[in-house]
Design a protein around this ligand. Structure first.
Ligand SMILES: *Cc1c(COP(=O)(O)O)cnc(C)c1O
Length: 399
């Protein structure tokens, strides 16, 4: 057949729910059908402050009237303030004296972290550095990142694959210890696995991982692109356990739902491996991104958004625990305002639940077939959250 397929001019790499969003505000979006929908996905945590948060929109609009792009060939006046503010926000959660390197997407931030730890290893004479990663990880879609994905859908057909990664079960510190040898430069993991279905490791895992990395002189890298910036009711998810990683990747919410902004933040003696010409990005750290990123950091700085996420998160988990008790779902996992809900597959798929929720004006997204992920904006009104969860209970009862 010639010509275009059922998806027109758009490549078919997503299967969106049948809703076409035309406007949005806070936790609500409006479809081209004129209906309003409560957004309980919040762009996979890219919209932690809701749609079009007034302070973020104002910062972006203000910057649009000044300068939007210089490339890193020239200086601009917001890069240092953004770097200082971000390091001040997350520095206390990190090992050592922090510095940051701004990028755009999450995948680029993880790639940057991998390049940093590899080069750090090369400087120590490790010619073939390896990185230990977790099963069911999600770190992005580049060829290197899918090389160590264990999700066949994400990986198959994209070889040859980048070597240098060792995959171990998530949450198993013995397995990490067994995978570390003299070639190992880093352990790279999500504190809580997002795409895998909001999988929270045993409470002792991250503290044990920190101790192990210290003993083995290996860097601990936390991918907080989805878990960081308030989602778990703490500034970083690692704060849940008081663990300080050497490097952290941030993204998603850092762009305030307006522009892609990501960063690697962490030990200056590690990020110092980058010297002019050895790494970069045309758009990374551009003035518009810095203006929005700075406004995001300012929104988080006094801790009130994070505290509200913690409070609403407890409320949500209590409601979701009731669903398990009532045998409406198989299992619920969560941290802060973030939950993975395993639907009973004999009653329906995660997609079925999402479609029924859509009918009721609630947006959520399934992952891996039978798991539903909830990540409402941290700024959602308590009343809206309660209503959304009530719709979920009704949908599940009716399955
Ligand atoms: C979304 C995500 C990424 C990739 O971010 P992109 O901006 O889509 O490249 C990486 N790591 C984690 C943990 C994520 O959730």
């Amino acid at each position: 057949m010639t010509g275009v397929g059922a998806h027109g001019r758009l490549a078919n790499n997503y299967d969106p729910l049948p809703v076409t969003v035309v406007t949005a505000e806070g936790a609500w979006v409006t479809g081209d059908d004129g209906h309003r929908y409560l957004d309980l996905l919040a762009g996979y945590s890219a919209l932690n402050f809701g749609h079009r948060h007034p302070q973020l929109v104002a910062a972006a609009q203000d910057q649009l009237g000044r300068v939007t792009l210089t490339s890193r060939a020239f200086r601009h006046d917001l890069l240092d303030p953004f770097a200082s503010a971000l390091c001040a926000l997350v520095g206390p959660s990190l090992r050592g004296e922090p510095m940051m390197l701004p990028m755009n997407t999450g995948a680029e931030a993880v790639e940057t972290a991998i390049k940093a730890v590899r080069k750090w290893g090369h400087r120590r004479g490790i010619t073939e550095p390896t990185v230990v990663v977790a099963q069911d990880n999600f770190h992005g879609r580049t060829t290197t990142l899918v090389s160590f994905s264990t999700d066949e859908e994400a990986r198959a057909g994209y070889g040859p694959y980048t070597p240098g990664f060792r995959v171990v079960p998530f949450g198993d510190v013995e397995a990490v210890a067994a995978a570390i040898d003299e070639t190992t430069v880093a352990v790279l993991m999500e504190p809580v696995q997002g795409e895998a279905g909001v999988v929270v490791p045993p409470p002792g895992f991250w503290p044990a991982l920190r101790a192990l990395c210290d003993d083995a002189d290996v860097l601990l890298v936390a991918d907080e692109i989805q878990s960081g910036l308030g989602r778990t009711g703490t500034t970083l998810a690692c704060d849940l356990w008081g663990v300080q990683p050497d490097l952290v990747t941030l993204g998603k919410a850092l762009g305030g739902g307006i522009v892609p902004v990501s960063a690697v933040v962490g030990r200056s003696d590690v990020l110092d491996v980058f010297t002019p010409g050895t790494h970069g990005s045309t758009f990374g750290g551009n003035p518009l991104a810095c203006a929005v990123g700075l406004a995001v950091v300012e929104l988080l700085a006094d801790g009130s958004v994070v505290e509200e996420a913690r409070r609403l998160g407890e409320r949500m988990q209590t409601r979701l625990d009731d669903l398990v008790a009532d045998e409406l779902v198989v299992d619920v996992r969560g941290a802060g305002l973030w939950a993975g809900i395993d639907v009973d597959e004999t009653r329906g798929s995660g997609r079925d639940v999402c479609l029924a929720l859509l009918e009721r004006g609630v947006l959520a997204k399934d992952t891996h077939g039978s798991t539903l992920r909830l990540a409402p904006p941290l700024t959602i009104a308590e009343r809206d959250l309660d209503d959304g969860l009530e719709h979920l209970a009704d949908v599940l009862s009716a399955l």
